[in-house]
Design a protein around this ligand. Structure first.
Ligand code: CAA
Length: 387
């Protein structure tokens, strides 16, 4: 039985901060960002954009292709949820007008939750092939001003329809995973920004990759040369480069520059200009591969390495399906990215500080161009609208 991603679409905010603007403001050599961490732009969410409106923007084109009555569950992965009790998926369910015969739950473990939700969805479909599950991974990455993390912000949401006989990729059974209770990145409940031990987090990421890989090969007997394209969690693209080189070294494969570029570069193109989107970032990388790889990759094996600080990691694979290109939404995604408006550093700071507070009552100015937005908050209740 084949189970996996039948449709996939991502969305990001309507604004970005260029790392050239950022570097000029901080009086730092721009190549620290463009070469050192491999980033050019960060998508910036205005105050009337949150993970719910981003998720709705990501999911809407999928819902044009399947009846709302047929969605049997929303599994919403985020580490920047909007309420401590009510799941972001419940707000999304209302905003998109889904059937009441649908289950909704929020998944959390830092950037790992998207992979957890996808794996849970495939298990549910294997148990009941009638399920059509909407998996959402959506996050707004935010760090304190003037910290090392500030250059690695960004935001995005990925919506995936998980079904039997998927048209894009069948997820293969068997995966490798690794958990270790560490403090490399965390966000106490009262904070809107994450705390991070930056350099340590990169070491834990690479160490987790090696452990998850060992478990993966034990479980599946597949090895490095069985995989055609590698997708990694991408907090910044240089991290994916380090990951791929670390993995190749571990398994004793000598990577040429051409191998490296073929296996990983197409999956980094979007992340380089969107920035970190935490739980969504691995799947933004997968979409980037689909939209940017020159060849037709039907029948090829793609790997996914998910890393969530704190930490949980998982390595798994899927097989690209025949005809997958006919259901991609490349044009919409490229339009969303290219139509973003640049922000000055002062304008970015204004958005940043407005979204920093959690007011009990507010009506937001219309800065999010839609198709969905956060209208405001009244008595701590959030209200959304279709623009
Ligand atoms: N030209 C070219 N390269 C330059 C340069 C220049 N002028 N100046 C610096 N560089 C290089 C440095 O040599 C360094 O390269 P290496 O990593 O290969 O040594 C790189 O640019 C970064 O420079 P620094 O180490 O000095 O940068 P920093 O102190 O500002 O910190 C960071 C970098 C730790 C990644 C920081 O951006 C950060 O804390 N980010 C947030 C945490 C994060 O993303 N961690 C990733 C793993 S955890 C995870 O994946 C979960 C998640 O999503 C958060």
């Amino acid at each position: 039985m084949k189970v996996g991603i039948d449709l996939i679409h991502f969305a990001t905010a309507d604004y970005y901060l260029g790392l050239d603007t950022f570097a000029a403001e901080k009086q730092i050599d721009v190549e620290k960002y463009t070469i050192g961490i491999g980033q050019e732009k960060m998508s910036i969410a205005p105050p009337d954009e949150d993970v719910v409106s981003l998720a709705a923007k990501a999911a809407a084109p999928i819902l044009e292709q399947i009846s709302r009555e047929e969605i049997s569950a929303i599994l919403f992965a985020t580490e920047t949820g909007v309420d401590q009790s009510k799941s972001a998926g419940a707000f999304l369910h209302g905003l998109l007008g889904l059937s009441n015969r649908c289950r909704v739950v929020e998944f959390k473990h830092a950037c790992y939750a998207g992979a957890a939700a996808l794996q849970m969805a495939t298990t549910m479909v294997r148990a009941n092939p009638n399920e059509n599950i909407l998996v959402i991974a959506a996050d707004i990455a935010k760090y304190d001003i003037d910290t090392s993390g500030e250059a690695t912000q960004g935001c995005g949401a990925v919506a995936m329809l998980v079904t039997e006989n998927p048209r894009i990729i069948a997820i293969e059974p068997g995966s490798g995973y690794y958990t270790n209770d560490v403090m490399d990145f965390w966000r106490p409940n009262h904070r809107t920004t994450a705390l991070v031990d930056g350099k340590y987090s990169t070491k834990v990421y690479l160490n987790s990759l090696k452990h998850a890989w060992e478990h993966f090969t034990e479980q599946t007997k597949r090895n490095f040369n069985d995989i055609d394209y590698f997708c990694y969690h991408i907090p910044f693209t240089k991290m994916a480069e380090k990951a791929h080189k670390t993995l190749a070294k571990k398994v004793g494969v000598k990577l040429t520059q051409a191998d490296f570029e073929k296996q990983t570069l197409p999956s980094q193109a979007y992340n380089r200009i969107i920035g970190n989107s935490y739980s969504a970032s691995l799947f933004v990388g997968f979409i980037s591969l689909l939209d940017n790889v020159r060849d037709n990759i039907e029948g090829k094996r793609v790997s996914f390495f998910s890393y969530g600080s704190g930490c949980v990691a998982e390595f798994f694979t899927g097989i690209m399906q025949t005809g997958y290109q006919s259901v991609l939404m490349t044009q919409q995604q490229q339009d969303n990215i290219s139509q973003r408006k640049p922000l000055s550093y002062a304008a970015y700071l204004d958005f940043y500080h407005q979204a920093d507070v959690n007011p009990d009552n507010i009506i937001y100015q219309k800065t999010n161009k839609g198709p969905y937005r956060l209208v405001g908050i009244e008595d701590y209740k959030r209200y959304y609208e279709k623009v």
